[in-house]
Design a protein around this ligand. Structure first.
Ligand code: PLP
Length: 280
């Protein structure tokens, strides 16, 4: 099932056409989005997701999202959801129709979590590292590239996943031109070394992850040290565990990098998942 609510709280039947053909979100991917995990009726990290929606909108010079209206809209989707205990809730904000009155298009969409995601959560994944063509300092030098904005222009990210699948892997970790680790196409990369968790800084032009932040919060409370600092591709095979985090996938274990099997990190994965879940 799918539940769709407009920003004003109106529920729209799944079968009813919603977008105009000239919507700039559709024509140019000109808009922003968020995907929130909802468990047992509670949206996880709603505040940080709404903060990031506002940050992405500012980067695209879209009107500032109406926070109270989005909270109400999220609540409306959740109240109308009659599917399973978990759903992925997507917030979509586009620049609106090209030949309209300038009003953005805004809606929220509740969807079931794909079986593939649930399987990967349970079994772990293999990844390949792929170049993203980002040089150090590019995000700051070239704000028009929108690096680190959660924009609707994800065609490149999805192409990278298809490329990975063609070469026999499940997913991707992007690297920069200097060999530093960036992020997955829809996830944050985390490396565990001893009792330390490391993730690359958002200043490299990547999305600050809400799941990574929640996990680091919980890990720090449990006595781990957490570091946000550059990592090299070599660090992905020299560690005690590699994980991809995202709202819907939570903490997913990487078992293979570029065809090289990593030492078994199942126990560590169990520990980190329990830490992450302890936040809710
Ligand atoms: N990086 C990218 C490019 C993403 O698209 C996502 C989420 O979809 C993430 C990281 C992880 O962010 P979060 O944990 O907030 O879902």
């Amino acid at each position: 099932m799918v539940v769709l609510a407009l920003l004003d709280g109106t529920i729209v039947n799944q079968e009813t056409p919603l977008l105009r053909g000239d919507d700039l979100g559709l024509l140019r991917g000109d808009g922003v989005f968020e995907t929130i995990l909802v468990v047992d009726g509670k949206p996880r990290e709603l505040g940080p997701h709404l903060d990031r929606l506002a940050r992405s909108a500012a980067m695209l010079e879209l009107p500032e999202p109406d926070r109270a209206a989005w909270v109400h809209c999220v609540d409306t989707v959740i109240r109308n959801w009659t599917g399973g205990p978990q759903l992925a809730l997507k917030l979509v904000l586009t620049r609106g129709p090209e030949f309209g009155d300038g009003t953005p298009t805004s809606y929220a969409l509740g969807m079931p979590i794909a079986a593939k995601v649930l399987r990967q959560r349970a079994e772990g994944i293999s990844v390949v590292t792929l170049e993203r063509g980002i040089t150090p300092g590019l995000a700051e030098r070239a704000p028009w590239l929108l690096l680190g904005a959660k924009s609707l222009s994800y065609a490149m990210n999805m192409a990278a996943v298809r490329y990975a699948e063609k070469v026999g892997a499940d997913d991707v970790i992007f690297s920069a031109t200097d060999g530093s680790v960036l992020e997955g196409p829809t996830s944050t990369a985390i490396v565990a070394r001893g009792r330390t968790l490391l993730t690359p800084p958002a200043s490299l032009g990547i999305l600050p992850g809400t799941t990574q932040a929640a996990l680091f919060r919980a890990a720090e409370r449990a006595g781990w040290s957490v570091k946000v600092e550059p990592l090299q591709v070599d660090d992905l095979t020299d560690n005690d565990g590699v994980f991809l985090t995202s709202s819907v996938r939570a903490v997913t274990r990487v078992h293979t990098v570029n065809g090289q099997a990593l030492p078994d990190s199942s126990a560590l994965h169990g520990e980190l998942t329990a830490l992450y879940e302890s936040e809710y």
